[in-house]
Design a protein around this ligand. Structure first.
Ligand code: ADP
Ligand code: MG
Length: 231
């Protein structure tokens, strides 16, 4: 599904040049759950943003679903992104003025999905994340764990084959964090490919493979013998 070859990213300001990714190469198969780990500043978010086509690499190749996408313009990237990728961020990124239902529905508003189909999909997801009684509540009325589950549902509502998660449990205590990780594992079991950036080796233990980054380079890769999901 994903194939990177010698992918590099350099951030430039007037005085400083900083290499965030340095010739990164790897492949991710459809249906995998992969963690990217490494210390702060090693390039994890940069990598995830490039995978999600929110940012462009400096050089190297990025094949997504069999097509080279590194040279697409913003319109092309946005179209691939909207059809195929759901994002989950550390700070939930929910809209405070919208209800749980409306937040989850949002990515569908500008698609061709009919309003009755929208309603059915959103309600099914609200059920799946276990907060049907809170459909008309606002994000601030929910716990952090519930807010992140709403963010997961919003990422899923367009049925994307790929989910990208940047430190999804970073703002949660461990029990809420585990709930979110279990939700991600369930999704993966249903066939969704997941790439997750994390500091936490506990969270990474839920995935099938761990890629370790340091100073913008892959330093090691490890396959989890038994992922947490299978315990
Ligand atoms: P991580 O997510 O692993 O903490 P990042 O991908 O955010 O790391 O950052 C990698 C490196 O790139 C860091 O040195 C960071 O300072 C730099 N960097 C990230 N974003 C920018 C930016 N927009 N402008 C300049 N430098 C950046
Ligand atoms: Mg980061």
């Amino acid at each position: 599904m994903i194939k990177l070859e010698n992918l590099s990213k350099v951030y430039r300001t007037d005085e400083i040049e900083s290499t965030a990714l340095n010739k990164v190469s790897f492949e991710i198969e459809k249906g995998e759950f992969v963690s990217v780990m490494g210390p702060s500043g090693c390039g994890k978010s940069t990598l995830l943003n490039i995978l999600g086509m929110l940012d462009k690499p400096e050089s190297g190749s990025y094949e997504f679903l069999g097509k080279e996408v590194s040279n697409l313009n913003e319109k092309g990237r946005s179209s691939v992104r909207k059809q195929n990728i759901g994002f989950i961020f550390q700070n939930f990124n929910l809209i405070d003025e919208l209800t749980v239902f409306e937040n989850i529905e949002l990515p569908l508003i500008y698609t061709k999905v009919s309003s009755s189909e929208r309603k059915a999909r959103v309600n099914e997801l609200i059920d799946r994340i276990g907060i049907s009684h809170r459909s008309s509540h606002y994000p601030q009325q929910l716990s952090g764990g519930q807010q992140q589950r709403v963010a997961v549902a919003r990422a899923l509502v367009t049925k994307p084959p790929l989910i990208l998660a940047d430190e999804p449990t970073g703002n949660l205590d461990s029990s809420h964090g585990n709930e979110v990780m279990e939700l991600l594992c369930n999704l993966n079991e249903l066939g969704t490919t997941i790439v997750m950036v994390t500091h936490s080796s506990h969270d990474a233990s839920y995935s099938q493979r761990i890629i370790n980054l340091l100073d913008g380079q892959i330093v090691s890769e490890k396959r989890n013998k038994l992922s947490q999901a299978a315990v």
